[in-house]
Design a protein. Structure first.
Length: 195
């Protein structure tokens, strides 16, 4: 008769339990992501019948620009089409509207964008912009100027459209212009700027 081995009293391994736990966790994460996307999905806003608040000739560039320090972070997805309005939702769904790039002009070491923002619901307050280059994620911010066409920061009320310019110091390369809120801390939506 052989001596008993302590390992024979060990409970059998249950690998099925770990597999079930991993599958349940993946299912919960998948459902959570799906629910988050559904609740945060922008809805296409109806165009506003209110005329633009912009100046008659928004195509003249502003000479003011600055470059902000590099700031890594999430780059929101954008739309490469400068002529189509892109919907946005801000302030936890209380503010809805569309925005677009009307024109892009590249100059030596800067880009001048003519941008329109239309708010169909709520008030978009404390908005701002920043640009991130695709290759380095360097953040460039437009400088606020006294030029009446400058819309680098501001407020847009429900039913209103603002159109104006952003002048941003940057090298000519593919980038994303980001519409943000809370002093640029929270990205709302982004559009591609082709370099």
């Amino acid at each position: 008769m052989s001596q008993p081995n302590i390992s024979q009293y060990r409970p059998p391994r249950r690998r099925a339990g770990w597999l079930i736990a991993v599958l349940v966790a993946a299912l919960v994460v998948g459902l959570g992501v799906t629910a988050w996307k559904v609740t945060n999905e922008p809805q296409l806003a109806a165009p506003s019948a209110t005329p633009s608040d912009g100046v008659d000739d928004p195509s003249t560039p502003s000479p003011h620009s600055t470059v902000a320090p590099s700031m890594p972070g999430h780059i929101p997805t954008g739309s490469p089409s400068p002529t189509q309005s892109t919907p946005f939702v801000a302030h936890n769904g209380e503010v809805k509207g569309t925005w677009r790039i009307d024109s892009t002009e590249w100059h030596q070491d800067e880009v001048v964008l003519t941008v329109s923002i239309t708010v169909s619901q709520g008030t978009l307050d404390d908005y701002s912009f920043f640009m991130m280059t695709d290759d380095t994620a360097t953040v460039n911010r437009p400088e606020t100027s006294s030029d009446p066409r400058d819309i680098s920061t501001g407020t847009v009320e429900q039913g209103r459209t603002v159109t104006g310019t952003l002048t941003i110091a940057t090298q000519r390369k593919n980038s994303m212009i980001v519409l943000a809120q809370n002093g640029g801390a929270t990205a709302i939506s982004a559009l591609e700027v082709v370099g």
